[in-house]
Design a binder for this molecule. Structure first.
Ligand SMILES: Cc1ncc(COP(=O)(O)O)c(C=O)c1O
Length: 459
C-alpha cells in the first residue's frame, strides 16, 4: 500500500469513528475534530499506526502488555483452545480445564492463603465482584452492619458503578450521581511529593495511617467492611506510598477486624518487580483483585482471589452464591492467561532475574531529574513517573490551565513514544520485556518531548 492509499484508508476509518464510536474517558467533539489515530499492529514494545509510524509503547497498552505485543505462543494457544472448546460456562456444575487450572495457578502465585478464585472479564468487574462478596461475607458472619467501605482520595478502581464509586478521583462522580452510599474516601492521598508538605516521608506515612484510623473511628469500626487500596496508586498518577505505609495499614485493619483489599489490577503479575504489589510491600490482604497483566491484555480476563475466613465462609456456605458472569473464566482467555504466566515464569520476567534491567530503567529515568521541567522522578519496578513542576525547590505545580502534561503527551506521541499524562505527571509502564537499548530510546524520546514542552511554555 502506498502513502496515498494509507492516508485515504486512515481518513475513511477516522470518519467512521467520528460518526459512530464513543471512546472511553473522551470529550467526543474534540477527538472527532482532530481524528483518531488508528493503531494497527504491535510487535515487542512497539506499536504501528495506520500511516506506518513506529511508536515505542511506554504504557504497555493500558498497563497490561507485560510480555509485549505479537507473542506467537499466546496466539497459538488461543487458536488451539478456540478450536477445542470455544466456549463453555461455569454455571451448570461444570468447568473447563483452562479455568480450573488457572484458578489453581493463581492460588499458587498469590501470597498467603489467597486460594479461592472467582473469574470475571475486566478489572472493574473484579472490583464489583469483590465488593459484593465482601458484603455477602459479613452477612454470612452475622454482622450485617459491616457495610461501609473505605477507599482513598486519588484512587482508581475502574468505571462500573461500584468501581467508579470506590475511585477517589472526584471528576468521575458528578456525571453519574456517584459515589454510592456507604463508600468513603480518605485523604490525604499517600503521596509524599505532592501532599507531604514539610513532613518527612516517614512522618507523612504515619499521618496518612492516622487519617485512615480516624475515618474508621468516625464510621465506627464495627460498621466498616473493608479498606481498599492499590499497592501503588496507578491511574491517579503512579504514586508509591511513603515508607512503612502498607504494613501499618495492614496492622490497623487487623486491629479493627476490617478486611484488607488490595486492588492489584495494575500492580499484579510482575509490574512492581514482585509477582504482586502485596509481595513488594510484604502484606497479606484478605482479598485481591487482578486483571491486565494476568493475560498481558491478550484476552479480557480478571479475577478475585480470597483468603482467610472470607474465603472459608464463602467456599463453605451451603447457600447458592448468586453471582457470576457468562464469560467468567472463559476457556480461551483462561488458556491465554495460563500461557502468559508460564512465559513470565520461564523467561524470568519477574523477581531476581529481571532486577538488573529494572535497576537500569530506574537509573536512566533518574537522569531526567536534571531537566528544568522535572521536579520528581519516581520509579518502582517497571513503573515510572516524571512530575513536571513550576518550581523544583518548593514543589510548586504549574497552573492547571497551562495543561503542561497534555502538551508533553502530544510531543511524546509526535516523537514516537507513548507516555500518559495524569495532570502534569508523565507516566511510564513499559512492557516487562523492554531491553536496555529500548530503555535508552525511551529516555531519549522522553527528553526530547520535555525539551519541546519547555520551549512551548517559554521556559
Ligand atoms: C487499580 C485498578 N483497578 C481497576 C481497574 C479497572 O480495570 P478495567 O479497566 O479493566 O475495568 C483499573 C484500570 O486501570 C485499575 O488501575
Amino acid at each position: 500500500m502506498n502513502e496515498q492509499q494509507a492516508s485515504n484508508r486512515t481518513k475513511f476509518w477516522q470518519s467512521q469513528d467520528a460518526d459512530h464510536h464513543l471512546h472511553p474517558f473522551t470529550a467526543h467533539p474534540d477527538l472527532r475534530k482532530r481524528g483518531v489515530r488508528m493503531i494497527t499492529r504491535g510487535e515487542g514494545v512497539y506499536l504501528y499506526d495506520s500511516e506506518g509510524n513506529k511508536i515505542l509503547d511506554g504504557m504497555a497498552g493500558l498497563w497490561c502488555t507485560q510480555i509485549g505485543y505479537g507473542n506467537e505462543e499466546l496466539a497459538e494457544v488461543a487458536y488451539k483452545t478456540m478450536k477445542d472448546l470455544a466456549y463453555y460456562n461455569l454455571f451448570f456444575n461444570t468447568s473447563t480445564p483452562p479455568a480450573t487450572e488457572l484458578a489453581a495457578k493463581i492460588a499458587e502465585k498469590t501470597p498467603g492463603d489467597l486460594n479461592q478464585i472467582l473469574f470475571a472479564c475486566s478489572g472493574s468487574e473484579a472490583v464489583d465482584s469483590a465488593y459484593k462478596l465482601i458484603k455477602y461475607y459479613w452477612n454470612l458472619k452475622g454482622q450485617p452492619n459491616r457495610k461501609q467501605f473505605v477507599a482513598r482520595e486519588g484512587a482508581y478502581h475502574g468505571s462500573t458503578t461500584v468501581a467508579a464509586s470506590l475511585s477517589g478521583l472526584s471528576g468521575m462522580h458528578p456525571q453519574f450521581d456517584l459515589p454510592l452510599p456507604g463508600i468513603h474516601h480518605v485523604g490525604p492521598t499517600p503521596h509524599w511529593y505532592k501532599f507531604g508538605g514539610d513532613m518527612t516521608p516517614e512522618a507523612f506515612a504515619d499521618h496518612c495511617v492516622a487519617a485512615v484510623e480516624a475515618k474508621f473511628l468516625e464510621l465506627g469500626p464495627e460498621n466498616v467492611a473493608a479498606f481498599v487500596g492499590e499497592p501503588v496508586m496507578g491511574a491517579g498518577g503512579m504514586m508509591p506510598p511513603p515508607p512503612g505505609y502498607w504494613p501499618k495499614i495492614e496492622a490497623l485493619c487487623r486491629k479493627h477486624g476490617i478486611l484488607l483489599w488490595a486492588d492489584e489490577v495494575i500492580c499484579g503479575w510482575g509490574r512492581t518487580g514482585e509477582w504482586f504489589g502485596s509481595d513488594y510491600y510484604d502484606i497479606t490482604p484478605d482479598v485481591m483483585t487482578m486483571a491486565k497483566g494476568l493475560s498481558s491484555g491478550y484476552q479480557p480476563i480478571s479475577a478475585v482471589a480470597m483468603g482467610g475466613d472470607l474465603a472459608h465462609q464463602i467456599a463453605h456456605s451451603s447457600d447458592e452464591m448468586v453471582h457470576g458472569f457468562t464469560y467468567s473464566g472463559h476457556p480461551v482467555a483462561a488458556a491465554v492467561a495460563l500461557k502468559n504466566i508460564e512465559i513470565l515464569e520461564r523467561d524470568g520476567l519477574v523477581g531476581e532475574p529481571v532486577a538488573p534491567r529494572r535497576d537500569y530503567f530506574a537509573k536512566q529515568l533518574a537522569t531526567l531529574s536534571e531537566h528544568p521541567l522535572v521536579g520528581d522522578v519516581r520509579s518502582l519496578g517497571f513503573l515510572g513517573a516524571l512530575e513536571m513542576v513550576k518550581d523544583k525547590d518548593t514543589r510548586t505545580p504549574f497552573d492547571g490551565d497551562l495543561n503542561v502534561g497534555y502538551k508533553c503527551r502530544e510531543h511524546c506521541f509526535n516523537s514516537g513514544l507513548v507516555m500518559r499524562a495524569v495532570g502534569d505527571s508523565m507516566i511510564l509502564c513499559p512492557p516487562l520485556i523492554i531491553s536496555e537499548t529500548e530503555i535508552d530510546e525511551l529516555v531519549a524520546k522522553a527528553r526530547t518531548a520535555l525539551d519541546l514542552t519547555a520551549k512551548q511554555i517559554g521556559l
